[in-house]
Design a protein. Structure first.
Length: 299
C-alpha cells in the first residue's frame, strides 16, 4: 500500500461528484456528542458495496502499522521517523456522507461548505504536510526514487509479503456505475422531479441536489445567507420527497446486481483488504504489548 493521505473522504467518496443532500427539519438536529456534526441518517446509510471498500478508519489503521515498521527501518538507516498522530474514531466521516446530496446537519450549519475538520484530523493532516516536506535525502530513504521503494517497500513486504495493494480504481468504477445507473431508474427520476418542483416553490431552479450544491455562487470563504437559505430548502425538499430513501433503495438493488456480476473480482479484493487489515492489527497489537512491557520494566 503506497503512502496515502486519508482525509475526510473514503475511497468510495473520492469518485463522487462534489455535492451534498439528505433530510431536513425546521430546527437544527443535534448530532451525537463528541462526533462530527452529521446526521444520524448519514451515519446509518449503508450500501452493499461498502463491504468491499476500505473506510477511512481502516486506511488509518494500515498507515499506523506502516509507521511502526517504517520507524524501525529508518532508525536502521540512521534517520528519525515521526509517526502520524492518531485520529479519534468519532472524527471520521461516514462512508456515504453526501452520496445523494447535502447532509442535513452540515447543510443547516454550514450551507454547502464542508464542516471544519475535527482537531484530531487537523493534527494528522499537518503531520502529513510536514512529512511531504522532508529533506530529499530522507524522502529517498523512506520511499526510494520511485516513491514505492526504500523503507516503504521493505515495510510493506514485512507487513503483507507479496499481497498486492488495494485496487481502488476498479472498486470506484463499480460504485460510480451503481450511482449513475440508479439515478436513471424511474423511481429516482420521479423523486428528483418532485424535489425540483419543491425547490422551484422556494425560488430555486436546480435539476438535482448536486447542481444546488455546486452553484458557483457558493464559492466563497464563508457561507452566505443565500447559500444557507438554499441549503435549508434543499434538505427540506429532500425530506418531503423521501429522495435519499428512494435513491438508496434503488442503488442497493443495482449494487446487489453488480456484486453478483463481479463476485470473483470483489471476493479477491476483499480477501486482499482483509489480509492488509489483519497484518496491520497484528503489528499494532505487538507494538502495544511491547510498549506495555517497556513501561513495566521501567517501573
Amino acid at each position: 500500500m503506497p503512502p496515502s493521505r486519508a482525509r475526510t473522504t473514503t475511497a468510495l467518496a473520492l469518485l463522487l461528484l462534489t455535492a451534498t443532500a439528505c433530510t431536513a427539519a425546521e430546527h437544527e438536529p443535534t448530532p451525537a456528542p463528541h462526533s462530527l456534526p452529521v446526521s444520524r441518517q448519514a451515519r446509518e446509510l449503508r450500501l452493499p458495496l461498502d463491504a468491499y471498500a476500505s473506510t477511512i478508519a481502516e486506511t488509518h489503521l494500515v498507515e499506523d502499522a506502516q509507521d511502526i515498521l517504517m520507524r524501525r527501518c529508518m532508525k536502521n538507516r540512521g534517520m528519525e521517523w515521526k509517526s502520524l498522530p492518531r485520529v479519534d474514531a468519532q472524527d471520521t466521516e461516514p462512508p456515504n456522507l453526501r452520496r445523494y446530496g447535502a447532509d442535513e446537519v452540515e447543510a443547516l450549519r454550514h450551507g454547502y461548505h464542508p464542516s471544519p475538520d475535527p482537531p484530531s484530523v487537523v493534527r494528522r493532516n499537518r503531520a502529513w504536510d510536514t512529512r511531504e516536506a522532508l529533506p530529499a535525502e530522507v524522502q529517498r530513504a523512506a520511499y526510494g526514487p520511485s516513491g514505492k521503494g526504500g523503507c516503504l517497500k521493505i515495510t510493506d513486504r514485512q507487513l503483507v509479503g507479496d499481497t498486492a495493494p488495494l485496487d481502488f480504481h476498479a472498486f470506484n468504477r463499480l460504485t460510480g456505475s451503481a450511482l449513475e445507473t440508479s439515478r436513471r431508474t424511474p423511481e429516482v427520476r420521479d423523486a428528483l422531479r418532485r424535489w425540483h418542483t419543491c425547490m422551484a416553490k422556494t425560488g430555486s431552479d436546480y435539476p438535482d441536489p448536486y447542481a444546488a450544491a455546486g452553484d458557483k455562487r457558493w464559492e466563497t470563504s464563508e457561507p452566505t445567507p443565500a447559500e444557507r437559505a438554499t441549503a435549508r430548502a434543499d434538505v427540506a425538499c429532500q425530506k418531503s420527497t423521501k429522495l435519499v430513501k428512494v435513491w438508496s433503495a434503488a442503488e442497493t438493488r443495482v449494487q446487489h446486481r453488480l456484486i453478483r456480476q463481479n463476485t470473483g473480482r470483489l471476493d479477491t479484493a476483499k480477501t486482499r483488504k482483509d489480509r492488509w487489515l489483519t497484518a496491520a492489527r497484528r503489528v499494532l497489537n505487538q507494538e502495544g504489548g511491547t510498549n506495555h512491557q517497556h513501561r513495566a520494566s521501567a517501573r
